[in-house]
Design a protein around this ligand. Structure first.
Ligand code: NIG
Ligand code: FE
Length: 412
């Protein structure tokens, strides 16, 4: 099946194959072609160029997108899309000034979500989760990572990961599964964190890796949750079972999580709202991608990741939604890109790079998605008629997306 898009006003984010991510001043470059064509064959990008070189090919479908731009779909490398119910009941407490930790201490927080999820059947959890997945695809997300971590028992962690496995099977976009058993210490282990650590290391990780239910392992490395030492033990146990790590660090406190994650060659370190100069220094010249989650900063009214400083210091940066019921109940990457520009002072070029190619790298998908590259998946956004891609972050809260294609199939 061949689809030819022609008269594309501007085709954005064109990359040679083999580019894994962009960092520092390279993030301000967003290669593009004006007045372009794009050819899709069997779900993959097979060719593109300027309209005067448009092949006289026999495409089954020719789509004239005069006045519209095209770009790769967003790559959302950090979500918790599989969850039960919501935490709207905590919203007013939050507005009245209770902190994340105070809400958790009142019976809210991660343990509140775990209680709801433990009660829900796998079939119902799938139904709730797929609605959110379909909604984010319609908003332009074409690759996504999803974490467990609201189960916190062997049975319920497996339930979450099985739902992710089903989503992988039933949807055409690339999905990566991350095991986050170390998200919070469950009630049953409140005075025995070591017991829960042993459960994660000796039971959960072996079972999950045996059943091939996870691609990555994660830990909420934070004061009151899991220490740097706990994080190190879990990363080590994960690695012994072939699971690379992606770690929640520096959301509220800088306690050494960045350094330990880098030392263990983590694929990404995520959150980074609290960054010391030493944290930034330790990420330089490594393969660990820093990931900012501005939706979480917005919702919790906490600092934004110092993305401007990090890029100026030569680091790469990825952007993701952190879609979850407690700290970021939105999976809208368009908003994330706007917030990165407005609040973190990224330029549109930097924010789009962070939300596409760098996001793809942060979930090990840099060879499949994140750029307009021959051989990559035809996961594509067609914009509404706009004059500049800068209009996408500028018009915050609006959508400039006309159509989304996953493997060349129009989905909305
Ligand atoms: O990434 N910080 C830890 N985990 C999630 C929030 C979890 C929750 O509050 O339900 C996050 O922000
Ligand atoms: Fe998260």
């Amino acid at each position: 099946m061949r689809i030819l898009f022609k008269n594309i006003k501007e085709l954005i984010q064109i990359r040679e194959s083999g580019i894994s991510f962009v960092s520092g001043s390279d993030m301000s470059i967003l290669p593009n072609i004006k007045n372009a064509f794009l050819l899709v064959e069997d779900g993959l990008i097979s060719d593109f160029g300027t309209m005067d070189a448009c092949p006289d090919t026999k495409a089954e479908q020719v789509i004239d997108v005069t006045g519209q731009m095209m770009m790769p779909t967003w790559c959302d490398s950090h979500t918790h899309i599989v969850y039960a119910g919501n935490r709207e009941s905590e919203f007013v407490d939050k507005i009245k000034g209770l902190t994340y930790q105070e809400i958790a201490n009142k019976g809210g927080g991660i343990l509140n979500s775990a209680k709801k999820l433990q009660k829900l059947s796998e079939a119902d959890l799938y139904e709730e989760s797929k609605v959110r997945l379909e909604a984010v695809i319609a908003m332009g997300t074409g690759a996504v990572e999803i974490k467990s971590g609201y189960g916190l028992t062997v049975e319920s962690e497996l339930k979450m990961l099985s739902v992710i496995k089903q989503l992988k099977k039933n949807y055409d976009l690339p999905i990566k599964a991350t095991f986050l058993g170390a998200h919070a210490v469950p009630k049953a282990y409140v005075n025995d964190k070591e017991g829960y650590m042993q459960l994660i290391i000796n039971e959960m990780i072996p079972l999950i890796s045996e059943a091939n239910l996870a691609d990555y392992i994660d830990v909420f490395c934070e004061t009151g949750y899991f220490s740097v030492e706990d994080t190190q033990r879990i990363m080590q146990a994960g690695k012994a079972h072939g699971l690379e790590s992606k770690i929640h660090v520096n959301q509220f406190n800088s306690i050494g999580g960045v350094q330990i994650a880098v030392a263990h060659k983590a694929l990404s370190v995520d959150h980074l709202e609290e960054m010391t100069d030493a944290d930034i220094e330790s990420l330089k010249n490594t393969k660990t991608m820093p990931v900012a989650l501005p939706g979480c900063s917005f919702f919790l009214s906490i600092p934004y990741t110092p993305g401007r400083k990090m890029i100026d210091d030569g680091l790469p940066l990825a952007l993701a939604t952190d879609y979850n019921p407690g700290s970021s109940p939105s999976g809208n990457m368009n908003f994330v890109v706007s917030a990165a520009c407005i609040k973190m002072k990224l330029t549109p070029e930097e924010a789009i790079n962070a939300a596409t190619i760098n996001g793809a790298y942060a979930m090990g998908l840099e060879n499949q998605v994140g750029s307009i590259t021959r051989g990559k998946l035809a996961n594509l956004i067609v914009t509404k008629p706009i004059n500049s891609y800068g209009f996408i972050p500028y018009s915050f809260g609006e959508t400039q997306i006309d159509k989304v294609y996953i493997k060349g199939q129009q989905i909305n």
